[in-house]
Design a protein around this ligand. Structure first.
Ligand code: GTQ
Ligand code: FE2
Length: 362
């Protein structure tokens, strides 16, 4: 909004504004940028795997996991957000480093979390006591207010991407947190978690558990399935590409019973782009964090090209023009706040003509 209609610098008006300020009031007509014509709150930003990996490993050498600290997590802190440990206005993104033999003890909180594994394997995350094995390319969920703890019984460190809705839930002032007890949770390494045993069969739901599913009135509930295995994601993407004959495909992780997003506040997708292909340019309201899992290429964001290789993490702001071009066959994990915008009637998306590259950022 820009208006000069009421512009006036008379002493009376100055006095008026001073009296308003003293009364904790502000006139709308002096605000600039309150209602921009389109989202403009953030620029794109990229973090490099080498930097993330090195600093995570150094933290592993220097900083223990105590009952107080709980987690060895390094968060993406977007330079546009004034030093807050947040990747976007709604999303927390981080790398978590757990050395062999370490345990990150139980706690629970209202912000919902997901983990996408980048390096190492053999950690067990217990979600309300259900043991979920973690290996590269797996997606594991710890929904709002579920107890969770991470065990690394092996000898090698593990690193994964953490995505949470912390900035959103903080701004709603709806954060609750509870530490677990001092006792360690016993768990048996199992072939499949309870959640996967019940809900891991494609197109098959346990009838005894799901009598009421068609009447399920709870848009606020998270996915029944808590782990999505890389082998299944990979095979589904391969079949999609074979069947459609296209050079790119993407899948959305969803609740097998309802088809809804994995969590009420978070969307997760895996985008595959084959070597030499460039995807159509689109804008979407809401922000995202792209985590490169495999391959190399570049993402063009509002005319600026960001090149990437595995482990790099790229924030795409709300309503930015985005497309991807793969140099080698590439797999990109996407975390977004899409379900929040949809639930609130704020979702928008637009296809654009192929954008020009104005600048090579990196
Ligand atoms: O693993 O429980 O990145 O509580 C931030 C907060 C991870 C976790 C994060 C958390 C966790
Ligand atoms: Fe947590």
């Amino acid at each position: 909004m820009a208006t000069t209609r009421f512009h006036d610098e008379s002493a009376d008006v100055d006095g008026l504004y001073a009296d308003m300020a003293a009364a904790d009031l502000q006139p709308l007509w002096t605000q600039s940028g309150l209602l921009p014509s389109a989202p403009n709150g953030l620029t794109p930003h990229i973090w490099r795997w080498k930097t993330l990996r090195d600093l995570a490993e150094r933290s592993g050498d220097l900083v223990g996991i105590d009952r107080g600290g709980d987690r060895r997590v390094i968060s993406l802190s977007h330079p546009d957000l004034g030093g807050q440990p947040f990747a976007t206005h709604t999303l927390w993104g981080a790398v978590q480093f757990l050395r062999g033999g370490e345990l990150a003890p139980a706690h629970r909180h209202t912000p919902a979390a997901l983990r996408f594994v980048l390096e190492g394997s053999g950690v067990w995350t217990l979600v309300d006591g259900d043991p979920l094995h973690m290996a590269p390319g797996d997606l594991v969920l710890t929904p709002s207010w579920t107890w969770h703890e991470h065990h690394n019984p092996g000898t090698e460190p593990m690193i994964w991407f953490d995505g949470l809705d912390v900035p959103l839930v903080r701004n709603l002032d709806a954060v609750f947190f509870e530490p677990g007890g001092e006792e360690l949770s016993p768990y048996e390494p199992v072939f499949a978690s309870r959640s996967e045993s019940l809900y891991g069969g494609t197109g098959l739901l346990p009838a005894s558990e799901e009598r009421a599913i068609s009447r399920d009135p709870a848009p606020g509930r998270p996915s029944r399935l808590l782990a999505y295995r890389w082998a299944a994601t990979d095979a589904t993407l391969s079949r999609l590409i074979e069947t459609t004959g296209r050079r790119a495909a993407s899948v959305r992780y969803s609740d097998p019973a309802t088809g809804r997003d994995i969590m009420p506040t978070l969307r997760a997708e895996l985008h595959r782009v084959l070597a030499g292909h460039r995807t159509p340019t689109t804008r979407t309201a809401g922000s995202g964090i792209w985590v490169v899992y495999r391959g190399s290429g570049a993402t063009v964001v509002d005319g600026r090209r960001f090149r990437w290789t595995p482990g790099d993490m790229l924030v795409t702001p709300s309503w930015a023009a985005v497309d991807h071009e793969a140099t080698d066959d590439a797999d990109l994990f996407l975390l977004s706040d899409g379900p929040v915008l949809e639930a609130l009637g704020l979702a928008r998306t637009r296809e654009l003509p192929r954008q020009d590259v104005r600048e090579d950022v990196a």
